[in-house]
Structures are given as structure tokens and as C-alpha cells.
Design a protein around this ligand. Structure first.
Ligand code: FE2
Ligand code: FE2
Length: 279
């Protein structure tokens, strides 16, 4: 990677090469996720919700364009250009966040009777948009959280995301798939427990931020994320092969699988930094 040792902000140590690489990595991953959310939301609207369908389609096109643009850049792209791109993408992420919250409001006030998006799913996708938005702000401001803070915060965020996924899968499988529904419920309980543990560790900050405790925290979470990711992969394959009864879109099955994989990458990255003593 080029330019990695050129300080972007001397006080934070974020290098411009790393800045470009991290920005593109976040945008490539999350723009595709946002694009797919637009599709899932659209599929859940009723035929008469033409305005909402149009808005969702527009977000689909916007994030498709952002995704393509991110792939047209590379690690050698001018950091200033990436900084501007990050700001534009951050605006788009804020807009889709507001759209999702508007839809949530419509559902919760019973303005969309018979529509098929669960309120928790809409809330969940809005949390992901907000996460994306905040990552871009952090990147552009060149601010890096301390490793112990980042470890706890990211895990609290992703454990809840994983717990939600297990709940969605459990509710979108056909009720006659009793064994799979049971499995999904067990994952939901497991991740609810892990989330509570993470919040406990968070409330015990900063005293809880010792290397042995954080290391064990990551290891324990990793075990559950690996099994959930494998379960999602199996579910995705079974859905694609039409071997199980559900109303889960094959793309949604793949989508939640990719998000689990992303969480695992983040856990591994933290583990490496923690073990190698990088601050
Ligand atoms: Fe998502
Ligand atoms: Fe998700």
C-alpha cells in the first residue's frame, strides 16, 4: 500500500494510505448493504404505497452508484477525493436513515396495515445506516477511538445486530420448520446474553478494559458468531436450493451472512491489535 507512512493528521497517526483503504473498505461493504435494504423495504410495501416504493427505488439507485464509484477508486486514489466522496456518501446514509425512521413511524402508527416489514427490521436497518454514517464521519475527522473503547462499542453494536438477525430468521421461517425455528430462537437467546455481558463490561469501564478481560470477551463472542455465521450459511444454501419453507428472500439470507462475516473480521482485527499491543 502506498503512502502509508504519510501522516494525515500528525496528532492521530491516521495515515493517508490507511485512510483511503479504510474508507473504500467501509463504503464497498455498507453501500451494498444499504442498496439491499432499499430492496427489502420495497418488497415489504403494499402495491398502493407507490410513493414509498419510488423512494426506496431511488435509494437503491443511489447506493448502487456509490458502490460502483467505490469500486472505481483504488488505494492510490487522492485522499482529498476520497474525503469528498466520504462526505457525499455520509449524506446519502443520513438520508436513508431518515427514510427508514419515517417508515418506522408509519408502521408504528398503523398507517401501513398489511405491509410486510417488521418494525424491528426497519429499526435495525436504520441502526446500520447510522453506524455507516458515523464511521464516515470518524474517518473524515481522522479520529480514532482508543482500542479498548472501540472493542466494547463495536461488540455492543454488532451483538445486537446478530441477536436481531436470529429473531428475524426465526420469524420469517415457516412455523412448520420447527427444528430450524428452535435453532434460531437459541441463537437469539445466546446473543441476547452476550449483549448483556457486553453492556456490563461497558458499564464497568474503564476498570474493565484490561487485556485479559478484553481478550476473553473477544474469544467468547467469536465462538458464537462463528456458529451463527455457519447457521446463516446453511440457511442461505437451503433457501437457495428451495429445500426449506420460509418467506426469507435468498438475498436477505446472504445479506445477514455477510454481516456476520464482517463482525468476525472486526473481532479478528481487534484480537490481532490486542495481542500485538498496538494502542
Ligand atoms: Fe443489513
Ligand atoms: Fe443486519
Amino acid at each position: 500500500m502506498n503512502g502509508e507512512d504519510t501522516p494525515l493528521h500528525a496528532d492521530t497517526g491516521v495515515t493517508s494510505g490507511l485512510f483511503v483503504e479504510r474508507s473504500l473498505n467501509e463504503i464497498r461493504f455498507w453501500a451494498r448493504i444499504m442498496k439491499e435494504h432499499s430492496l427489502f423495504l420495497r418488497l415489504g410495501f403494499r402495491a398502493e404505497d407507490t410513493q414509498l416504493i419510488q423512494e426506496a427505488n431511488q435509494f437503491y439507485r443511489i447506493f448502487e452508484y456509490i458502490e460502483q464509484t467505490a469500486h472505481s477508486f483504488n488505494n492510490q486514489t487522492d485522499p482529498e477525493q476520497i474525503r469528498r466522496f466520504n462526505s457525499e456518501v455520509q449524506q446519502a446514509a443520513s438520508n436513508i436513515f431518515l427514510f427508514k425512521r419515517k417508515v418506522l413511524g408509519l408502521i408504528l402508527t398503523c398507517k401501513l396495515p398489511g405491509a410486510n416489514n417488521f418494525p424491528l427490521l426497519v429499526d435495525h436497518t436504520s441502526r446500520e445506516a447510522n453506524y455507516f454514517r458515523k464511521r464516515l464521519i470518524e474517518l473524515n475527522e481522522g479520529k480514532l477511538q482508543s482500542l479498548p473503547d472501540a472493542i466494547i462499542k463495536e461488540n455492543v453494536f454488532f451483538l445486537r445486530i446478530m441477536a436481531d438477525h436470529a429473531k428475524f430468521i426465526g420469524h420469517l421461517l415457516d412455523p412448520s420448520e420447527r427444528k430450524l425455528v428452535d435453532l434460531a430462537r437459541n441463537f437469539s437467546n445466546d446473543f441476547d446474553q452476550l449483549l448483556y455481558q457486553a453492556r456490563d463490561l461497558e458499564s464497568m469501564k474503564p476498570q474493565s478494559q484490561t487485556v485479559p478481560l478484553l481478550d476473553q470477551f473477544l474469544d467468547q463472542n467469536r465462538v458464537s458468531v462463528v456458529s451463527l455465521r455457519d447457521f446463516k450459511k446453511t440457511a442461505r444454501d437451503l433457501i437457495e436450493q428451495c429445500k426449506i419453507k420460509s418467506i426469507i428472500h435468498p438475498l436477505l439470507a446472504d445479506h445477514v451472512f455477510r454481516e456476520a462475516d464482517r463482525f468476525l473480521e472486526i473481532i479478528d482485527m481487534f484480537d490481532t491489535h490486542l495481542t500485538h499491543g498496538t494502542p
